[in-house]
Design a protein around this ligand. Structure first.
Ligand SMILES: NC(=O)c1ccc[n+]([C@@H]2O[C@H](COP(=O)([O-])OP(=O)(O)OC[C@H]3O[C@@H](n4cnc5c(N)ncnc54)[C@H](OP(=O)(O)O)[C@@H]3O)[C@@H](O)[C@H]2O)c1
Length: 250
């Protein structure tokens, strides 16, 4: 009989930022591979419509979460129950030149993308430790590894996600908790679709060695690898899925 990679049957996954974009897709893929999924974000109505798609594959529950709020994170951890796989995906960007970047935008981006990510991981790691382990997948970005103009707080927050991932991997390996980061390149989603039709958008795509944008499905291989026990000896890695964007020519 042919051997197959470990699936996710019996695993309980939590996806933050599951109300749209990457998170909505991740929730469906994890369910399609056997996980029970808790979907979390601020907009419950949007979460519920994603949940109806997830339920084609498996069990889904929606819990409201503002990842910047300690009380909201605590309520989520209580309501979600035991979690084996955390996909720390909630995130946002505030664009504009660094010279005029507002302090409130800096704080919002850091609180959402970095501080919220850490404290949610911390809250769930306690239970993972008690049960002998878990997998945490932090969604970083190639902007945490290279630079682009107009996204200073976002790029710094994602660089923080990279170091957060490595640091937590080191501290929590002894508890069986693996912490890895998925660093997407530019992914074609509803949010940015119009931009790709502009001259600047087309120029950006021309600098990607594979000469195309990423599609949500391009992230599936790494998501499922990191979520499953197939990656049991991987922790502290930061892996890009970017069509070669990070290695484009000087
Ligand atoms: N799209 C790309 O090309 C790309 C590339 C690299 C990395 N990423 C990363 O991928 C992740 C998802 O981005 P996306 O492109 O899918 O964008 P998106 O469609 O705007 O999704 C962002 C998600 O984060 C949630 N969110 C924002 N603030 C939140 C908060 N305070 N508490 C809880 N949830 C919050 C949003 O839900 P609510 O508004 O309902 O709260 C939404 O579900 C982000 O971390 C982003 O940095 C995206």
């Amino acid at each position: 009989m042919a051997e197959t990679l470990p699936g996710l049957a019996g695993k309980r996954a939590l996806v933050t930022g599951a109300s749209s974009g990457l998170g909505a897709h991740f929730a469906q893929r994890l369910a399609a591979h056997g996980a029970d999924v808790v979907l979390a974000a601020r907009r419950l109505d949007a979460l519920q419509s994603v949940a109806s798609m997830v339920e084609q594959y498996g069990r889904a529950r929606c819990v409201a979460l503002d990842v910047t709020s300690a009380a909201s994170r605590a309520a989520l951890v209580e309501e979600a129950g035991p979690i084996d796989i955390l996909v720390n995906n909630a995130g946002l960007v505030r664009e504009g030149p660094a010279l005029v970047h507002a302090e409130e935008d800096w704080d919002l981006v850091m609180d959402t993308n970095l501080k919220g990510m850490f404290f949610l991981a911390q809250a769930l790691a306690a239970g993972m430790r008690e049960r002998g382990g878990g997998s945490i997948i932090n969604v970083a970005s190639i902007l945490g590894l290279r630079q682009a103009g107009g996204v200073v707080s976002y790029a710094v927050s994602k660089a923080g996600v990279v170091q957060l991932t490595r640091t937590l991997a080191l501290e929590w390996a002894r508890y069986g908790i693996r912490v890895n980061a998925l660093a997407p390149g530019y992914i074609d989603t509803d949010i940015n679709r119009d931009f790709w039709q502009t001259e600047a958008g087309r120029a950006l795509v021309s600098r990607i060695p594979q000469r195309r944008l990423g599609q949500l499905e391009d992230l599936d291989g790494l998501l499922l690898l990191l979520a499953s026990d197939a990656s049991r000896y991987m922790t502290g890695t930061v892996l890009a899925v970017d069509g070669g964007h990070l290695v484009n020519t000087l």
